[in-house]
Design a binder for this molecule. Structure first.
Ligand code: SF4
Length: 391
């Protein structure tokens, strides 16, 4: 088993050409009822502990583990709810990243925002301090659905947040929507899509609801107090989403993501291309070379380890070449353009090519002449089956 100390030595010797950086801000005001992510209710004393620990973590990677001045192409502040922090605190974290790393002039710097936590002033500060992209969690524009989802903002707040964002100079704004949760109808989803389009975002993420173990919805479904999501109906809603958004000029570039030309989320593209990224903050995940590692999902332990000068990791995996190829295939297939198959013949690669051929015969994958493989329309519906076969 690799110990954190051994792993820190390995990291210190690693050559990393460039990076995306993810910052996980763990705070929310309340738990949304569909969510099982690691989060903490916002408390001022915890915020300071988080800020201090994050500063330690940045210094440890940059100064002690050799990543100082590595070029950074994308930065993404997610959570949790990053905008539970004051805009000056978010700006301070961004400045720290700029101090330790070589953030490119044209880097994409995204921040997720809860519409109820922003104002023209706070958005103005974020824009001025260098954030280039705002991702607003809306989920729905139906008031009853929003009440049921819990912890959400109301439609009016989302409309206002987008209008303020655009007025302070955010030209790249994304909305997160969710479909197929218990109680949602086709009519309400159509209204939500219509409202979202009327706000002129450049990007839309539309996620199918999945039952997350540990979430309040999951508990209610298990207790028979709420019906489980209907997967057939989710597919009907997905078809409606594709038709509506494509007709409005959006490109579906990834299974759940749509954008105006040129507005793909560059940070998420790094995940799907399996390019190096560093995750900072409790529960954040990282991928460098063949190493996959994740931070503890607990603020107190995360901060304690960093105070002692040790990375707060609770899982470290080193992938074989074959596993890297398979991972690249599975993530790459999420993009509608597909993924190139460039493999020298080895025993493992022959087995992988055989799996690709079989999935092709089942109508789930299409191998294009240029050596790219992509999901067919059927494959897009059975992406999990394809992933299991490939891994
Ligand atoms: S969905 Fe987002 S805002 Fe809601 S509890 Fe989960 S992390 Fe927090």
């Amino acid at each position: 088993m690799t110990t954190v100390t051994d792993f820190q030595k390995t990291l210190g010797r690693m050559q990393v050409e460039d990076l995306g950086i993810y910052v996980h801000v763990p705070f929310c005001f309340a738990r949304c009822r569909f969510c099982a992510f690691y989060m903490e209710r916002l408390r001022e004393d915890r915020v300071q502990a988080f800020m201090d620990a994050l500063a330690h973590e940045l210094r440890l990677y940059a100064r002690d583990l050799g990543l100082r001045k590595t070029p950074v192409h994308t930065i993404y502040f997610g959570g949790g709810t990053p905008t539970t922090l004051a805009p000056r605190q978010l700006a301070r974290i961004l400045n720290d990243i700029r101090y330790w790393f070589a953030v490119e002039d044209d880097a994409e710097i995204s921040v997720e925002a809860h519409p109820g936590t922003v104002s023209p002033d706070s958005l103005g500060i974020l824009r001025e301090s260098g954030f280039t992209r705002l991702s607003v969690g809306a989920q729905s524009f139906d008031q009853d659905e929003l009440r049921d989802l819990g912890g959400r903002a109301f439609g009016a707040e989302v409309r206002q947040a987008l209008s303020w964002a655009q007025s302070v100079g955010f030209t790249n704004v994304s909305l997160d929507l969710m479909y197929g949760f218990p109680g949602q109808s086709m009519e309400s989803w159509q209204r939500t899509l219509g409202e979202a389009l009327s706000l002129s975002p450049t990007h839309l993420s539309c996620y199918a609801y999945t039952m997350e173990e540990g979430s309040p919805f999951h508990r209610e479904i298990m207790q028979g107090k709420r019906s489980a999501p209907d997967q057939e109906f989710q597919l009907v809603l997905e078809d409606e989403t594709v038709d509506r958004l494509v007709a409005a000029g959006f490109e579906r570039y990834e299974i759940s993501n749509y954008c105006r030309a040129g507005y793909e989320c560059r940070h998420n593209m790094r995940y799907w291309h399996v390019l190096p990224y560093l995750g900072l903050g409790p529960s954040a995940q990282s991928s460098l070379g063949h190493a996959r590692f994740g931070n503890m999902a607990d603020l107190e332990s995360y901060a304690d380890f960093l105070k002692r000068g040790t990375l707060p990791l609770d899982e470290i995996t080193s992938l074989s070449l074959d596993q890297v190829d398979r991972e690249r295939m599975v993530w790459g297939l999420r993009m509608l353009s597909g993924v190139p198959v460039r493999m020298k013949a080895t025993e493992q690669k022959t087995a992988l090519l055989q799996t690709i051929r079989q999935l092709g015969e089942q109508g789930l994958l299409q191998v294009k002449k240029q050596g790219r493989v992509r999901l067919t329309d059927l494959g897009l519906r059975f992406v999990d089956t394809v992933a299991v076969a490939l891994l």
